[in-house]
Design a protein around this ligand. Structure first.
Ligand code: ATP
Length: 321
């Protein structure tokens, strides 16, 4: 009987529970044992480890957050932290590990693999900023949450003839902004991947007003600048009555969308299959319709080489103005 551990690390994302559930159910289906590690690498180093039963993951699929909790644990960057973790894994007789998280968490997974402990990664972050996969778990739900908020803001923006700046998450990636922007018909999308020109934005808002447009929605990716800073810059140009809404952590919560539930379930299942095949130091992903896996080292070497769908940006320029 093999013993497989699972943990969630870094920022939480809707769909993480669906992945944990799929992993637990698949491991038990295979006749092996599954161990849930609480609080990410911190809990791993401190031995917060408990075997999961089939029932432990019942009724979790549709819930946001992560039933295993998550934590930041900078000590894991050091050998000493990693050695503590490996000692705990040995103490519980765990032979391999699945890590669900973002690129920071992938660095930890890579360190464990390099130290000889079989580890597989699953991309779980709303930011969609991991190379080697078109989508990460939680991204779709986060976009749906942001869209719902923008729809509501548009109602009030129309009533007051206002310009709304909506700051969305995404770290250094513009994906949430791009999808939310195109999906809500936002007049402007500002992302780290493209230069923005305030002169052009101002003149486009003016053209819209002259045409009788009642509102302007600007979706701003947090990686560009804070909403308040953008507001100041815009209001300095004239009477735009700009207001900022920072969507913040609501984007990280909520019941996962159909897409995230399915993606998480397939990723969880695939991670277990990879471990069953003796793979280590890899992470799962989706490319087109294919479920793939990549070497963690290659994905991490990609660094900022995550490619956003900039065609969405170009399309939006021609259909939302
Ligand atoms: P998100 O993108 O959602 O924030 P993340 O996984 O990138 O997720 P981080 O806080 O960067 O979030 O990383 C999570 C944890 O992974 C860290 O608290 C730390 O324990 C571990 N970690 C991060 N970087 C490294 C590294 N270079 N080596 C080993 N472990 C690391």
């Amino acid at each position: 009987v093999k013993r497989i551990g699972v943990l969630t690390s870094g920022g939480d994302a809707p769909g993480m529970n669906a992945a944990i559930r799929a992993i637990a159910r698949k491991v038990i289906f295979d006749g092996n044992e599954i161990y849930g590690i609480r609080n990410g690498y911190k809990g791993l180093a401190e031995g917060e480890i408990k075997q999961l039963s089939i029932n432990d993951v019942s009724d979790t699929l549709s819930k946001g957050g992560t039933m295993l909790y998550t934590a930041r644990y900078p000590e894991f960057k050091e050998k000493a932290g990693q050695e503590k973790a490996i000692a705990q894994l040995e103490r519980f007789g765990i032979d391999s590990l699945i890590v669900i998280g973002g690129d920071g968490s992938y660095h930890g997974a890579e360190a464990l693999s390099k130290a000889g402990f079989p580890t597989v990664g699953i991309p779980g972050t709303i930011d969609n900023d991991i190379p080697g996969t078109d989508f990460t778990i939680g991204f779709d739900t986060a976009c749906n949450t942001a869209l719902d908020a923008v729809d509501k803001l548009r109602d009030t923006a129309t009533s007051h003839m206002r310009t709304f700046i909506v700051e969305v998450m995404g770290r250094d990636a513009g994906d949430i902004a791009l999808w939310t922007g195109l999906g809500s018909g936002a007049e402007q999308i500002i992302v780290p991947e493209a230069e923005f020109d305030m002169d052009k934005i101002v003149s486009e808002i003016d053209t819209g007003r002259d045409r009788g447009k009642k509102h302007t929605i600007i979706i701003l990716a947090e990686g560009v600048m804070r909403g308040a800073e953008f507001e100041e810059k815009l209001n300095a140009r004239g009477d735009y009555h700009a207001r900022v809404t920072v969507l913040g952590h609501v984007q990280r919560g909520g019941s996962p969308s159909a897409r995230d539930r399915v993606l998480a379930s397939v990723f969880g299942y695939t991670a277990v299959e990879l471990l069953n095949q003796g793979k280590s130091g890899v992470c799962v992903g989706i490319q087109g319709k294919d479920i793939v896996y990549n070497e963690l080292t290659d994905v991490l070497a990609g660094g900022s080489n995550h490619q956003s769908y900039m065609s969405l940006y170009d399309i939006n320029k021609e259909i939302s103005y």
